[in-house]
Design a protein around this ligand. Structure first.
Ligand SMILES: Cc1cc2nc3c(=O)[nH]c(=O)nc-3n(C[C@H](O)[C@H](O)[C@H](O)COP(=O)(O)OP(=O)(O)OC[C@H]3O[C@@H](n4cnc5c(N)ncnc54)[C@H](O)[C@@H]3O)c2cc1C
Length: 492
């Protein structure tokens, strides 16, 4: 069937439909997968299904029931934009923004850590810290007198074009015992031209880069960084000289939705990004040469981390729901140990809820006048969410028992030679064999498939692994009040 293209009205001039988003990806980008150059990412078996899923999120901007969740009207210019780009000025704005996070998280059952509404929050964070960027004018930066101006113009560009982006800081894994400045992978400025900077090197695990319009990238500060490696910028995915190498696919695109209710919907793909003297336009450069600005990464990325925490809460709800549906299907819900397992999942979910709500209720106005979730709540909540994650996955798997393995494809049900036995032997508590197996197929995709394996690895490290988070929490939380209480109580 021919794709229905929605025509944007004037009110919707800054919103893309799903079809327009897909069209925007047919831009000559240099993407490689399975040893071949990809002609059209939207049609590619490994990349296309994930793009289709995100296209539905774009179409949701025109759905009367989802419009207020997915879009907002800017009070200054009266135009409607994707809510992904909204700058929260009040706690209510943060809460409204979270409803979009809940929508995008549920759409992928949390398997996309970089859904379309994530990376615009980097831009929001840059706006929040703009006053600090305003003061920077390092001698190394020849043609970039105003990083703050670029932050603003990139924000305007991304919002007006309803862009989605990857967000990348990590370097390719080489020999970590050697100084990173010796690595050919370290991203560096090789030339400064009138229209922009030339950048050479590589970045790794660029989640969603090949399926997005652009890439936000930075080098995390290391003591040995030369000024040419202090970079924070953005670039279109289709930039000349930028080559994207996809890792092996982990989902099951093309599979029947019965067999893989989740993994058949595709995935966010990860890429190694090779910058071969890519020209980054001046307007998209937020730092070049200033090591102090690189250190702002943590404060800038706060809204992204709040997104991740909120998505983990949505996933926690999904884990509780899936486990409860399973124990009802198996009729094990009255066994005390099974009830205790579900209670464990609920405890995880309720704790994440508390972190999310507290992070919003304790929000503060940043120097740039942007409402910022409470950093300590976000960091502590994220640490709790990832440290408990393997146990939570294991608990969902445990209540499923053999059902997680003894799953059968729809074709086995459809063939009378086999289907009659499955229909007769496998029904559960008030549920047909088919529905019970479909539920287990979903639980498999969510907790145990290769898609789930990638998601579990992603959760553990995507926004820095637990050891880093512990150090960050220790450094961030002021300890004076605790000390005073303890010293007073001890009489010291
Ligand atoms: C599926 C997936 C998707 C991802 N998507 C993105 C993305 O979109 N954007 C992005 O920027 N990054 C992304 N990442 C990368 C992630 O940020 C990194 O994996 C993480 O920061 C750890 O860096 P590394 O993998 O290079 O670990 P390495 O530096 O190679 O170290 C390996 C391990 O050694 C340990 N280790 C190393 N150094 C220390 C230290 N100083 N203290 C304590 N322990 C240490 C840690 O356990 C670490 O995991 C993704 C990762 C995965 C798995």
């Amino acid at each position: 069937m021919a794709e229905q293209v929605k025509v944007a009205t004037t009110e919707d001039q800054f919103l893309k439909t799903g079809a327009q988003y897909k069209e925007s990806l047919r831009d000559g980008r240099d993407v490689w997968e399975g040893g071949h150059k990809v002609d059209d990412v939207t049609e590619h078996p490994a990349l296309g299904p994930g793009i289709d899923l995100m296209a539905e999120m774009f179409d949701a901007q025109f759905d009367p029931e989802l419009r207020d969740i997915t879009t907002y009207v800017d009070p200054v210019d009266g135009c409607r934009y994707s809510r992904s780009w909204q700058i929260p000025r009040t706690i209510q704005d943060l809460q409204d923004r979270r409803r979009l996070i809940e929508y995008t998280s549920l759409k992928t059952c949390g398997t996309f850590g970089r859904p379309p509404d994530l990376a615009p929050l980097v831009s929001v964070g840059l706006i929040a810290r703009k006053p600090t960027f305003e003061g920077s004018n390092p001698p190394f930066a020849k043609n970039n007198p105003s990083f703050a101006k670029n932050i603003q113009s990139f924000y305007e560009y991304g919002r007006a074009n309803n862009w989605i982006m990857a967000e990348i800081l990590v370097d390719p894994q080489t020999d970590r015992s050697r100084p990173s400045s010796e690595s050919p992978a370290l991203l560096r400025v090789t030339a400064q031209e009138e229209s922009g900077i030339r950048v050479k090197g590589a970045k790794s695990v660029g989640s969603i880069a090949a399926q997005a319009n652009g890439i936000l990238f930075t080098n995390l500060n290391r003591p040995d960084f030369p000024p040419e490696a202090c970079i924070w910028a953005a670039t279109p995915t289709a930039s000349e000289g930028l080559r994207l190498l996809c890792r092996e696919a982990v989902s099951h695109p093309g599979a029947a939705s019965f067999d893989h209710p989740l993994a058949s919907k595709g995935e966010e793909a990860d890429q190694l990004l090779v910058f071969r003297d890519v020209l980054i336009p001046n307007d998209f450069v937020f730092n070049v040469g200033d090591p102090d600005l690189v250190r702002l990464y943590g404060p800038v990325i706060l809204w992204v981390h709040w997104h991740i925490l909120s998505r983990m809460w949505v996933k926690a709800k999904l884990f509780v729901g899936t486990a409860q549906a399973v124990v009802e299907a198996l009729g094990t819900f009255s066994i005390p140990q099974v009830r205790a397992a579900i209670a464990d999942l609920i405890e995880y979910e309720q704790t994440l809820k508390a972190f999310v709500i507290a992070s919003e209720n304790l929000a503060f106005l940043s120097e740039g006048g942007v409402m910022a979730p409470n950093m300590n709540m976000v960091t502590a909540g994220r640490l709790f969410s990832i440290a408990s994650y393997p146990r939570i996955i294991h608990t969902v798997q445990e209540v499923c028992g053999q059902g997680l393995v003894m799953r059968f494809p729809e074709s086995m049900f459809d063939n009378p030679e086999t289907g009659q036995y499955l229909d007769e032997l496998l029904p559960g508590n008030d549920i047909t064999a088919r529905d019970k197996v479909r539920l287990m197929n979903f639980a498999w995709d969510l907790t145990s498939s290769s898609l789930a394996g990638r998601t579990e690895l992603f959760e553990n490290v995507n926004a820095t692994p637990a050891p880093f988070l512990r150090e960050r929490l220790y450094a961030e939380v002021p300890k004076d009040e605790y000390l005073r209480m303890a010293r007073d109580a001890a009489g010291v």
